[in-house]
Write a protein that binds this ligand. Structure first.
Ligand code: SF4
Length: 706
């Protein structure tokens, strides 16, 4: 039918999944998406991956929430549970919007008034638009009255952002992905773009074909490792040993860029002293890479005309994630490999709008555009912009994602508003997170499906899916792009912006935004980096790169050409030492768990597992295990195995995978039947408060849980 149908409408939009930000066209007939095609956007030039091309029919899935729901008085909350989306009405009853909103906001207000402003918290979403993120953080800061607002950036690149802000004064990328085609050498560390940023991976492959020398550093052998000039399969958790050893070589061989260091940086002498103790010979047994290879790669990177580093969550999701990123920044600075086309630092952002949501202030320590909540001048400027009495806004940083879960257990947080996130699946030590959510006096969840988090809610507000809304989304390249509404939300589901404003109104705020463009206009007047981007221009051009300070500016795709946005204009070296993972393997739990994503599925699976094609390709929870480890367990591919940590256990299908090193098991976190985050460790990086998803001790055995 689809093959024969002719669309009655075509709508230009962007992909709802990863941070590459591919532009696409929705082909619509009778309010249904028939198919999707790639458009000629700056990041994709008509290319799409399997998710972008086939992962759209979740929007039409019968599990969509179409009415507000209120938990039945006799339905107990349970921290652990088995999802049963077909029996929703055993737990919830339908309600009118008026009743649901009055209940949702009324209870939040009561908690705020009885227990204080800090008894509430909100999690926004990196899948929502910039305008939704902006309005949500404004609601928490003004309506709740504290900075207890965060989102999933805390779980992915928070450590990269802390290190980048500290070192070079900006948390975003220095160069777009496409610059790999201008680089002589590209280092990819702790990232698997073929799976997580598939269209970006195609540009990397094109670059290699045209002569770029690719170096892949990763404990797991990714597909890109097969075409790499060098593949460094270092031992899990030893990034700092490897990177400090590379810096040692660059210093010892005199390959540093003296002029760049002297004119554009501070702190080099301390870094130089620190890496003295990290010779390749000393680090080789620690990281598992021979000294000659470390030397070769360090020299290759330092001496090329243009070298670029891209990284992912293999770098950031450690208790030393900030330190890992500090090393990458130092490598670029000491060699002057930044500030030119084909050079620089690119933390590959995961979600389609995690860059934009962070920019828009959906983080507990900063207002929009990374302006610190502790700065009295910043506070005063937002009070003026938001027409608030002087001294209204909270000047202390709020709690981060995992800290909120602990604060609930201590009785400090009593009510929450969660918009489009699924912490019951995505947080580390998920059983603890679920118990915390279940312990709240009042939980409001706004989503498109009955997620594992929504299942614990007191009230659920049915929201709009990506193709049902208009708004801006910022990709990993700092490209602000226009997403346009292609279809109507089903049933009584409503626009997220409308829902946020309804809650705000019931908390006593008088907001009068009649169109999403008015929210964007307010944003650009409080965020200097996008000050020059107008809604009209986005309508016309579809995408504009920031920084774009004044109207008419073209937008800068390569930044730090002349200076760094720090007080002195100079970047800063930060030396680091080795800190081991919080939980090492031992006799009881002898293996290591690494979690991540799969090509076909997105994060906690709520969308892609309801996309017909994607779910058909990867329908079951799997663990990727080295064939020799499988044999040692007496298991074969396809057998059910049980993985256990000190925090929990799950059973899932074993898949033989010799790209994982022996002793390390990789599990995607998208399968609710085997929620792998029940096993992960909630230990946090001290600077960024990011959990250590990439390393915890487990044991594995043949057979399922009883
Ligand atoms: Fe969507 Fe990312 Fe795939 Fe592009 S690469 S189609 S943005 S999931």
């Amino acid at each position: 039918d689809v093959a024969l149908a002719v669309p009655d409408k075509q709508v230009a939009s962007v992909c709802p999944y990863c941070g590459v930000g591919c532009q696409l066209t929705y082909n619509i007939k009778d309010n249904k998406i028939l198919y999707v095609e790639g458009r000629d956007g700056p990041a994709n030039h008509e290319r799409l991956c399997v998710k972008g091309r086939y992962g759209f029919d979740y929007a039409h899935h019968p599990h969509r929430l179409t009415k507000p729901l209120i938990r039945r008085a006799d339905a107990p909350k349970r921290g652990d549970f088995t999802m049963d989306p077909d029996n929703v009405m055993d737990v919830f009853r339908e309600a009118s919007w008026e009743e649901a909103l009055a209940f949702a906001a009324g209870q939040l207000k009561q908690i705020r008034d009885q227990h204080g402003k800090k008894a509430l918290a909100g999690f926004g979403s990196a899948k929502g638009s910039n305008e939704e993120a902006y309005l949500f953080q404004k609601l928490v800061r003004v309506g709740f009255g504290s900075n207890n607002v965060d989102h999933c950036t805390r779980l992915c690149h928070a450590s990269s952002v802390v290190a980048l802000l500290e070192g070079i004064g900006s948390g975003a990328v220095s160069n777009p992905v496409m610059d790999v085609t201008k680089a002589e050498v590209v280092i990819i560390i702790g990232a698997n773009p073929t799976v997580n940023h598939p269209v970006a991976a195609t540009w990397i492959k094109n670059a290699v074909r045209n002569g770029t020398q690719l170096v892949v550093c990763d404990p797991r052998r990714s597909e890109l490792a097969r075409i790499a000039h060098r593949f460094l399969q270092f031992k899990p958790d030893t990034d700092v040993a490897l990177l400090n050893a590379m810096m040692h070589v660059i210093v010892t061989d005199g390959l540093v860029d003296r002029e760049f260091i002297e004119s554009r940086t501070v702190g080099y002498e301390e870094l130089k002293q620190n890496v003295e103790g990290y010779s390749p010979e000393k680090m080789a047994p620690i990281c598992g890479i021979d000294a000659d290879t470390i030397k070769y790669v360090a020299r290759l990177y330092a001496t090329s005309r243009a070298s670029m580093i891209l990284w992912g969550m293999g770098v950031s999701q450690h208790i030393h994630g900030t330190d890992n990123a500090r090393c990458l920044i130092a490598l670029a600075l000491m060699t002057g490999q930044i500030g030119r086309p084909g050079t620089g630092l690119h933390p590959l952002r995961g979600q389609n709008n995690v860059q934009g949501a962070s920019d828009a202030g959906l983080i507990p320590m900063m207002y929009p555009d990374y302006q610190h909540v502790t700065d009295p001048k910043v506070q005063a400027s937002f009070e003026q912009a938001w027409k608030l009495p002087v001294g209204t806004l909270d000047s202390t940083p709020g709690l981060t994602v995992v800290e909120v879960m602990h604060a609930i257990k201590k009785g400090e947080i009593r009510g929450m508003y969660v918009m489009g996130e699924n912490p019951a699946m995505s947080d580390p030590d998920a059983t603890h997170a679920r118990e915390s959510l279940a312990a709240l006096d009042h939980l409001v969840v706004q989503d498109i499906f009955l997620t594992e988090t929504a299942y614990l809610a007191d009230v659920i507000l049915p929201a709009s899916a990506f193709p049902e809304k208009t708004g801006t989304f910022t990709n990993t390249d700092r490209l602000v792009q226009m997403g346009r509404q292609a279809i109507d939300p089903p049933g009584d589901a409503r626009q997220d912006l409308w829902i946020i404003q309804q809650i705000a109104e019931r908390l006593g705020l008088d907001w009068q935004y009649s169109h999403v463009s008015e929210v964007f206009d307010e944003m650009r007047h409080t965020m200097p980096s996008i000050g020059g981007i107008t809604w009209d221009r986005l309508e016309r051009e579809h995408a504009v790169t920031y920084p774009c300070v004044k109207e008419g500016d073209p937008g800068e795709s390569v930044v730090f050409v002349d200076d760094f946005p720090r007080e002195s204009g100079r970047a800063r070296f930060v030396p680091v030492d080795i800190i081991p993972a919080a939980e090492r393997p031992d006799a009881e739990y002898p293996m290591v768990l690494i979690t991540g994503r799969q090509l076909e599925h997105w994060h906690t699976g709520s969308m892609t597992r309801r996309a017909t094609v994607l779910d058909a390709i990867e329908p079951d929870p799997i663990a990727l295990i080295h064939p020799l480890d499988l044999a040692a367990m007496g298991a074969r591919p396809g057998d059910i195995v049980t993985l256990e940590s000190r925090r929990g256990a799950v059973s899932l299908y074993a898949r033989a995978d010799d790209s994982s090193p022996r002793g390390a098991i990789f599990v995607p976190f998208c399968f609710y039947e085997a929620a792998i985050n029940k096993l992960t460790n909630a230990a946090l990086d001290p600077y960024a408060k990011i959990p250590e998803f990439k390393y915890c001790a487990i044991r594995a055995s043949l057979g399922g849980l009883p």
